[in-house]
Write a protein that binds this ligand. Structure first.
Ligand SMILES: [Zn+2]
Length: 99
């Protein structure tokens, strides 16, 4: 787990900068455009889905929890997944295809 680097100037993104990357998509140091590599695109897409679906699903099998509680757990897990996202980013110069 490490924070992503700019492909151009090797500037290491701060956690907060990486977190807002999806909105800005450029290096805060040299202003060059950054794209996610296909590999990191995959890594950022799959874990949040797994994190959100699996624990809640398993929990519902064993414990009789209310829908509201179930939803708050899902939202909590989703927030955690989003907060962990910056660590799976890898930047590249050109836009890569998804697969
Ligand atoms: Zn840079």
């Amino acid at each position: 787990m490490s924070l992503p680097k700019c492909w151009s100037c090797q500037y290491t993104f701060k956690y907060k900068e990486a977190l807002t990357f999806l909105a800005i998509k450029q290096c805060p140091n040299c202003q060059k455009k950054q794209y996610l590599t296909s590999k990191s695109n995959l890594k950022t897409g799959i874990p949040p889905v797994l994190i959100m679906l699996i624990p809640g699903f398993i929990l519902r099998l064993f414990v009789d929890i209310s829908f509201i509680l179930y939803m708050s757990i899902i939202v909590g897990l989703f927030v955690l997944a989003v907060l962990a996202l910056p660590f799976s980013y890898e930047f590249t110069k050109k836009k890569e295809p998804l697969f």
